[in-house]
Ligand binder design. Structure first.
Ligand code: HEM
Length: 444
């Protein structure tokens, strides 16, 4: 079968794309279609746009190497993290990590998240301007570490965050530079590795403490340790450290970006904040948040899903082909760097009606914009074998924090918000708001 040439962005278009990749991707798809090559040399990626491409990639994991796709994340995630694992190693580790996200555990996490959110809000002075993104980021990192790994590690939350941030900062550098830093010895990567070793040391101390004191498996690490030792092929301590670190890294950067977009979208779409608050008051009153209650808050669910649709933190999912691949009449040789994009799919009018409007009601059946959601048309958490393992955790967290903010605060946007970074799309200069605490009792 003959294959067609992949269209390429011209040099001037590449420059424009680099300056604003969000508009650049939408434009590239509109002008050149669903398969388009962007960039030069190590910077080069072939974008596959749209639901057909997403289905193809999700249905054929054997065609791609996850280790090569996420090579630049290796210094922070570790060699055996799920995101950089392929084949049988991935299947075995994922099976052992899954119990940390069972519904029974999410119930406990939700209670803790609600408590931590209340404590955060109580520290805010009424009438003051704050960067909500920064505040929520600290809260979410605490929630992640405390719910998954317990209070001893949570007490070192800030130190752990600061160390991991050293490696995370590198993910905003151009891809070519990241690859160079990953492959060649240099002081930046050496510093990131030292910082990671410090975090791994704290985790190992916690693992050994638990083994000495035979603690019950009350949290995610407990579940991981129990699963790790009950199996025929248990996880070794290095593998456990990699899973612990990569869950923190994958969990808090993405969720705090998503939370910022949820609040920003709800505040900047007239009537949304008020309607969401009304639905909480009606269904919950002053009662504590539970997973069951969260499932019944349909309007609130619409707000969260709609924010994930228009502002998916993971803007592109990178893949490197492990063998020659053919898609849509185009040949993609082994070693080709590909990207599929939740961001572009979520804004396509062939998938969504009036895609650029923020309409939480479109998630309610019966609404004129409602559409059946397919995994290839809505993919904020990816899809297939490597679909986000933390999706139930993240969704419960986004809703729990939103409920507590609605109950306890009135927020007024204090500056415009624009996005940055396609690895974890977040607000460039945060989400500045003026806070008014609501009186005790008025949150119910
Ligand atoms: C709104 C928040 C989140 C978003 C948007 C998100 C998004 C994603 C996406 C798109 C992927 C697939 C990447 C790919 O296929 O290229 C992924 C994988 C993953 N996520 Fe999340 N994530 C979120 C929260 C979390 C949380 C809270 C955790 C853990 C506590 C987590 C842990 C992971 C892990 C371990 C993987 C790799 C799974 C595998 O390879 O089997 N994520 N996430």
């Amino acid at each position: 079968m003959t294959t067609a040439q992949v269209p390429r962005l011209a040099p001037a278009e590449v420059l424009r794309f680099a300056a604003d990749p969000f508009t650049g991707m939408l434009r590239a798809q509109r002008v050149h279609g669903d398969v388009v090559e962007v960039g030069y040399g190590r910077q080069r990626s072939t974008f596959l746009f749209g639901p057909e491409a997403n289905s193809f990639v999700f249905a054929n994991p054997q065609l791609f190497s996850w280790r090569d796709s996420f090579e630049v994340m290796l210094p922070v995630l570790g060699e055996s993290a799920l995101l950089v694992s392929d084949g049988e190693g991935h299947r075995r580790r994922r099976h052992l990590v899954l119990p940390a996200f069972h519904r029974r555990r999410i119930e406990d996490y939700v209670r803790l998240m609600a408590r931590n959110t209340a404590a955060t809000v109580n520290r805010w002075e009424t009438g003051r301007r704050i960067d909500l993104y920064r505040e929520l980021r600290a809260l979410i990192r605490r929630n992640t570490v405390e719910s998954l790994y317990g209070s001893r590690l949570a007490a070192q939350n800030d130190a752990i965050g600061a160390r991991l941030q050293i490696a995370l900062d590198a993910t905003d550098l151009p891809l070519g530079l990241q690859l160079f830093l990953t492959r060649c010895p240099n002081p930046l990567t050496a510093r990131a590795k030292r910082a990671r070793r410090w975090v791994a040391g704290r985790i190992q101390a916690e693992i050994e403490h638990r083994r000495r004191h035979l603690e019950p498996d009350g949290d995610g690490l407990g579940a991981l340790l129990a699963a790790a030792h009950g199996e025929r092929c248990p996880l070794d301590d290095g593998e456990i450290q990699d899973q612990v670190i990569s869950l923190i890294v994958a969990g808090y950067e993405t969720t705090s970006a998503a939370m910022a977009w949820v609040v920003h979208a709800a505040l900047s779409t007239p009537g949304t904040w008020e309607q969401a608050r009304e639905s909480v008051t009606e269904l919950l009153g002053d009662a504590p948040v539970t997973v069951e209650a969260l499932e019944k808050l349909h309007y609130l669910d619409g707000v969260v899903q709609e924010a994930l649709r228009l502002h998916p933190p993971v803007v592109v999912l990178p893949r490197v082909t492990a063998q020659d691949v053919e898609f849509a009449g185009r040949r993609l040789p082994a070693g080709t760097r590909l990207a599929i994009s939740p961001y572009v799919t979520h804004r396509m009018s062939r998938v969504w009606t009036e895609p650029s409007r923020f309409v939480p009601e479109r998630w309610l059946s019966g609404h004129r914009l409602h559409r059946e959601v397919t995994p290839a048309g809505f993919l904020p958490f990816g899809g297939g074998r490597h679909r986000c393992i933390g999706a139930p955790f993240a969704t419960a967290e986004l809703k729990t924090i939103l409920v507590e903010l609605l109950r306890r605060t009135d927020l007024t946007p204090a500056a415009p918000v624009t996005p940055v970074s396609i690895m974890a799309m977040r607000p460039r200069r945060g989400v500045p708001v003026v806070v008014r605490r609501r009186k005790a009792g008025s949150h119910g």
